[in-house]
Design a protein around this ligand. Structure first.
Ligand SMILES: NC(=O)c1ccc[n+]([C@@H]2O[C@H](COP(=O)([O-])OP(=O)(O)OC[C@H]3O[C@@H](n4cnc5c(N)ncnc54)[C@H](OP(=O)(O)O)[C@@H]3O)[C@@H](O)[C@H]2O)c1
Length: 255
């Protein structure tokens, strides 16, 4: 069994898609939830529906100060931070030759460097408390290369390396560090991928959606709630699961 709640949780990218589902799932366990994304109005709408104490912390996670600022805001408000869910991220589709330096850097900044800064900020208060659960929303692209997403894949491979190394370093502190690695999830991000396929190939929306659903051997997109359930499981774990990248991809990656 994990620690008895309620736990003090910070979720980045909490305003839609997987992050919103994680917030809903953790709210059902009565945890205290600090919500981050760039768009305050979306966070306020979600916070208004939550039963327990909430914080609305709008910030761009690629701002070098945001990790320190947000962790401090949670600790100042609630006296500590128990759980960090690093979900903010985005992908961009481009061939290697059309991936310019700005696109490459943006993928590394958001999907890799931002999680590093948030983990670095959260470790001291978690260590002092002798307890912490850190979960990064990575991707099946953390384990497998696919065409036209080289920058995203490099960043997501990198963040799994960060998770594994942090887990090894912190193994005796009471802090676990894990990643969840979803396949294509039914979120606004995937809807944007479908739009891009339609625009680039002229295929119908149904065709494009079916091709992404077919990437999972189960033949369907992953639901955000399925990712959220795995996050809740990792939070509830007693501490022997650490350094893992848990695939939620219908069997696409077998590892
Ligand atoms: N959808 C998939 O198929 C899939 C598959 C595997 C992994 N993932 C990963 O899952 C995570 C969530 O994806 P999703 O599909 O839920 O995406 P989404 O629907 O686009 O939602 C992304 C969330 O992140 C926030 N965000 C984006 N950039 C941010 C920034 N610079 N600073 C702070 N917040 C930011 C967005 O809010 P604002 O725009 O208001 O900031 C939003 O709340 C990402 O890390 C993604 O790589 C997704």
């Amino acid at each position: 069994m994990g620690r008895a709640g309620p736990l003090r949780v910070l979720v980045t990218g909490a305003s839609r898609g997987i992050g919103e589902a994680i917030v809903a799932r953790l709210a059902s366990d009565r945890h205290h939830l600090a919500l981050n994304s760039r768009t305050a109005i979306d966070l306020e709408r979600i916070a208004a529906e939550l039963p327990g104490p909430t914080l609305v912390l709008p910030a761009d996670c690629t701002d070098p100060r945001s990790g320190d600022d947000l962790v401090r805001a949670v600790v100042d408000a609630w006296g500590g931070i128990d759980v960090l869910v690093l979900n903010a991220g985005e992908g961009v589709a481009a061939s290697i030759t059309s991936t310019d330096d700005a696109m490459w850097q943006r993928q590394l900044d958001l999907n890799l460097t931002a999680p590093f800064r948030f983990i670095r900020a959260a470790v001291p208060p978690m260590k002092a408390a002798g307890y912490g659960r850190i979960i990064v929303v990575a991707s099946s692209a953390s384990k497998r290369g696919e065409p036209y997403i080289s920058a995203y894949t490099a960043a997501k491979h990198g963040v799994l390396g960060l998770v594994r190394s942090a887990a090894a370093e912190l193994a005796r502190t009471g802090i676990t560090v894990n990643a969840v690695c979803p396949g294509y999830v039914d979120t606004p991000m995937t809807q944007r991928s479908i739009d891009a396929i339609v625009e680039k190939t002229g295929r119908s929306r149904e065709d494009a959606a079916a091709s992404l659903a077919g990437q999972q051997p189960t033949g369907r997109l992953v639901a955000s709630a399925e990712v959220a359930e795995t996050v809740a499981f990792l939070i509830s774990d007693s501490g022997q699961i650490t350094g893992q990248g848990i695939n939620i991809d219908g069997g696409k990656v077998q590892s």
